[in-house]
Each structure stands twice: as C-alpha cells, then as structure tokens.
Design a protein around this ligand. Structure first.
Ligand code: NAP
Length: 311
C-alpha cells in the first residue's frame, strides 16, 4: 500500500482503518480479524477515539480493544495510531480545556497501552475555551513526547484558520491534519447536520485545505454502505446520478461500488482544487478485501473529470 507523509513526520498508508465499533457492535474476534487483515494488506493508520463507541457502551471499548490487540500482536512502532479528545461521553468529556486534555491523554495512553499517540485530534471545537489554552495544553503534550502531531475534526473552517494563526504567532504546535465527513455523494443542502459541527466537506473547506496544503482524512466516506444498498443511504445524502454512476463503473470493472469511491478519494489530489484525501472507513471482514481493491484501481483523467462533473 502506498504511503503518504503527514505533517512531515507521520508516514501513513493511503487508507485508514476506522476502529469506532471495535469492542461494542464488532466483537473482539471480528475486530482482530479486521485489524490483522488490514495490516497484512500493508495498512498502518488506525483511527479511534477516547469516546468510541459510548452510544453503544461506555466509550472505552475501542481504545481498550486496540490496546489488547497491540499487546497481543506487537509492532506498535510500525503503526500510526490516531485518537481523539473533546467529544461528549455520556454527558462528560466534551470540551478542550487544559485539564480535560491532560486527563484524557493519560486515559487514552493507558487504554491503548502505549506511551505516545502519533496523531491526536481535537474531536470537535470548543467555543467556550480560549484557543490559546487548548493549543498550549496540546503543545505541552508534544514537548513531553505524549503526542507526535495534532489534528482537528469537526471545526468550522474559520475556527481552524483562527486556531492555526494563533499557533503560528505563539510558536505552538498547529493542527496539521483535518478529519471531516466527506464522500462522493452530495449532502443535501436542506439537511441540518445531526450535530452543529458534523458538517460535510464543502467547496470552501476544500479551498482552505488546498491553500494550506493540509490533508483531509475523510470519515463516513462509504456513506455507511449506501453505495451497495439504497436502504443504507443516510437521510442527509442524495443518491441521484452520482450513485448511479458509481454503481455503473463498479459493474464495468467487476468491483464493488465502495471500491470505486475509495479509488476516487485517493486519486482526487490529481485534480485541481482538491487536497490529498485519506479515506477512513469501517468494514467487517466480509467487505474489507473488496473495498481495498479500490487502491489498485487507476481512474483515468477522463473518468475523474466525469465523476467530478456529475451532479
Ligand atoms: N471525526 C469524527 O467525528 C468521526 C465521525 C464518524 C466516524 N469517524 C471515523 O470514521 C470511521 C468510519 O466511519 P463510519 O463507520 O461512520 O462510516 P463508513 O466507513 O462510511 O461506513 C461504515 C459502514 O459501511 C458498511 N460497509 C462498508 N463497506 C461495505 C460494503 N462493501 N458493502 C456494504 N456495506 C459496507 C459497513 O458495514 P459492515 O460492517 O457490514 O462492513 C459499516 O456499517 C469510524 O470508524 C471512525 O474511525 C470519525
């Protein structure tokens, strides 16, 4: 699998594995199967959070399961582990205050059984805490060697710009990766995001990422399985011509539609106006290998143009 440099220090595989459901709706055995298969295919970039998946359990399950797997399999240093702080867990944990960051990093390190996190995300913005307080807390973690790089998720673009300008003016670590909802289908303009911050990527966000040469880690990029099955289409997305096109292209190539979406996402950087995109997706072992065929598909310039121009 191809590798990409993030923030000049993390060499990550071109697709990341989402660990959100590990230990809750995905059993330990199945989670191990998926993790082992992903690593066997050359993947090294694993995405979790300090609150996954609290809506199905306590919120400790995903990191704890990953910690067990890391202990059982070894090879921690070959992997790039991303986790997150600042999102709600059963009414606690939301926010990016200094003491919250200091508490939750140690919890994540403990559960994962590691002494550093490669990529630490602010999971969502905190408008009530001064930006400097948050950045200084993160910067201290970098200095202590507890985290290697910083990412943001679910920030409005203007807030991220403000934070990174603050970081630069004060000589603090900046957010160098954005994680945001992005897929090939268009979100419905009329649909309010489920949470205020849970906004899908739009043109303005893409322009910002290109201008700042920042990579996008695209979450929910398989649209929860909607490319394969209409019944899985989330209410805030349109299927329409784009869905039909992906399915047609998949049939012509003899692959599944999600593989076409992964091919499109990983090759978007070739098109003007798009940043480097790293898809992060969840798959059962039943779908993983089929989806991964996407990284072997080379889409022609004409195909990329057609996909981009389809409404
Ligand atoms: N930063 C954030 O706020 C945020 C928010 C959400 C998610 N994330 C991250 O992004 C990762 C992925 O997000 P996600 O789980 O929301 O979305 P996703 O990857 O778009 O969707 C996963 C769902 O798609 C199904 N699927 C995948 N391939 C399929 C195929 N070939 N055929 C049929 N169904 C298929 C999976 O079913 P099977 O299990 O049956 O394969 C699973 O139910 C998470 O694990 C997490 O790490 C981050």
């Amino acid at each position: 699998m191809k590798k990409i440099m993030l923030s000049n220090k993390l060499e990550v595989s071109e697709v990341a594995l989402g660990a959100m459901n590990f230990g809750t709706t995905t059993s330990k055995e199945e989670s191990y199967r998926v993790l082992d298969a992903y690593v066997d295919m050359g993947g090294n970039f694993i995405d979790t959070s300090n609150n996954y998946a609290h809506w199905q359990g306590t919120g400790d399950e995903s990191e704890t399961l990953l910690g067990d797997w890391l202990r059982d399999r070894g090879g921690r240093e070959k992997l790039v582990i991303a986790t997150k702080v600042g999102f709600d867990r059963h009414g606690e944990g939301a926010g990016l205050r200094r003491e919250q960051i200091e508490y939750w990093i140690d919890e994540s390190l403990r559960k994962l059984g590691t002494d550093y996190i490669d990529l630490y995300y602010a999971h969502s913005d905190d408008m009530n805490t001064p930006i400097e307080e948050t950045l200084e807390a993160f910067d201290r973690l970098v200095e202590k060697g507890k985290i290697r790089a910083l990412g943001s998720s679910n920030f409005d673009t203007w807030r991220l710009a403000e934070a990174n300008m603050t970081a630069e003016s004060k000589g603090l670590t900046r957010y160098s990766v954005m994680q945001q909802k992005f897929t090939y289908l268009h979100p419905k303009f009329s649909a309010a995001p489920r949470y205020a911050f849970n906004e899908a990527v739009n043109r303005e966000r893409l322009r910002y990422l290109v201008a700042k040469d920042m990579p996008l880690v695209a979450y929910s990029c398989l649209c929860k399985g909607a490319y394969e099955s209409d019944s899985r289409l989330p209410a805030d997305y349109d299927g329409g011509e784009r869905l039909a096109l992906v399915r047609r292209m998949a049939e012509e190539r003899g692959v599944n539609p999600s593989a076409i979406v992964i091919a499109w996402l990983t090759q978007l950087y070739r098109c003007e106006g798009f940043p480097r995109v790293i898809p992060v997706f969840s798959s059962s072992s039943r779908h993983l290998a089929d989806n991964m065929r996407g990284i072997e598909i080379r889409l022609s310039d004409d195909e990329m143009k057609m996909m981009n121009e389809t409404r």
